[in-house]
Ligand binder design. Structure first.
Ligand code: MG
Length: 334
């Protein structure tokens, strides 16, 4: 079976062949095919959003996706969180010598399909090959560029007391699915990662007249960590209602077995939305109509104190602080 060799990263004939037979074939578009050192893009009016991310997930194929789909979704989603319309993506591959060519093709094909769904073009790229043992199969870096429509002001610093906190669906699916796969749990086959594109959902939400203040995807560190970040950025307190947070039964059960709190587990297709209280119901309705938001819910309220902290109102009526976690909870889940 054909494998990646050092020659594929050498810049010589094998590199050329890989670029033409694989990357150009799947990513094909007018900008990528310019074939120069830098891709030249047409003038983009207004404010730009730029985001970069590296993907080192293990395993690279997981229930609900693969490292390629994750890379495109992750970058598109981060752009969408600023209210931007995602336009372009760049991609760099760092491949371990000996990696199966057919696995690389699967990943490239899945990136191409996800980029098409998102409406973004992959406009430039790079490939490096390192000796066997110097990397774990494959790492991907992506950078995204998007355009922010005029008049939008969205960011983690805009939450104000009285605002409502919404989540677009069940939490903890991605991290739990990855951990279950790593541990080889057979009974968890129903649970898949939520790895998916959020730009369509965000587009719908921004098309109505509502004051959306914060959009943030609760990836690493999960809902609890991301809300802590927002509380600090905005200088507010956040009260989260445990009973309103949607969590799948499998995620709860696996969480108990693995000793993981779903509140702190990564998501890859969910968005936290903070809106003016008067618009909460209307935004919720729009979210529920979109396939990425069918299980959306209002889960909390912004408070003026204690500043920079997140409180959980538990189902039995008590309250406890949801702290910022110390250290890395789950390594290499994205
Ligand atoms: Mg993010």
């Amino acid at each position: 079976m054909e494998r990646i060799t050092m020659a594929h990263g050498s810049g010589g004939r094998a590199s050329h062949q890989l670029i033409h037979d694989l990357f150009y074939k799947y990513f094909q578009n007018d900008i990528l095919s310019q074939g120069n050192d830098a891709s030249v893009v047409p003038n983009i009016p207004g404010r730009l959003a730029v985001s970069t991310d590296s993907f080192v997930i293990h395993p690279i194929f997981f229930p609900g996706g693969d490292i390629g789909k994750l890379a495109v979704c992750g970058t598109v989603n981060d752009l969408a969180m600023s209210g931007a319309r995602p336009l372009y993506i760049t991609v760099a591959f760092i491949i371990e010598e000996g990696f199966l060519l057919k696995d690389l093709e699967k990943i490239v094909s899945s990136m191409s399909q996800t980029a098409k769904e998102a409406g973004v073009k992959i406009i430039t790229g790079d490939t490096k090959v390192v000796e066997s043992g110097s990397a774990d199969h494959l790492y991907i870096n992506t950078t995204g560029i998007g355009m922010i429509p005029e008049g939008l002001q969205i960011g983690g610093q805009y939450a104000r007391p009285g605002d409502k906190v919404l989540i677009s669906g069940t939490i903890g699916d991605h991290g739990t699915a990855i951990m279950a796969k790593r541990k080889g749990f057979e009974f968890s086959l129903d649970l898949v990662s939520d790895c998916g594109l959020l730009n369509g959902l965000i587009d719908q939400m921004l098309s109505i007249k509502a004051t959306i203040k914060v959009l943030r995807d609760p990836t690493r560190g999960g809902l609890a960590t991301t809300l802590n970040e927002i509380a600090i950025q905005s200088g507010v307190g956040i009260l989260l209602e445990e009973g309103s947070v949607p969590i799948k039964q499998e995620v709860r059960s696996l969480g108990e077995i693995l000793g993981l709190d779903p509140m702190y587990i990564a998501n890859e297709g969910k968005v936290i939305v903070i809106v003016d209280a008067k618009d909460a119901e209307q935004v919720l309705k729009v979210m529920k109509r979109h396939p990425m938001g069918t299980e959306a819910a209002v889960v909390g309220t912004i408070m003026d104190a204690p500043k920079g902290q997140v409180y959980l109102k538990t189902e039995i009526g008590g309250t406890r602080i949801l702290h910022m976690p110390v250290g890395e909870l789950l390594p290499r889940i994205c």
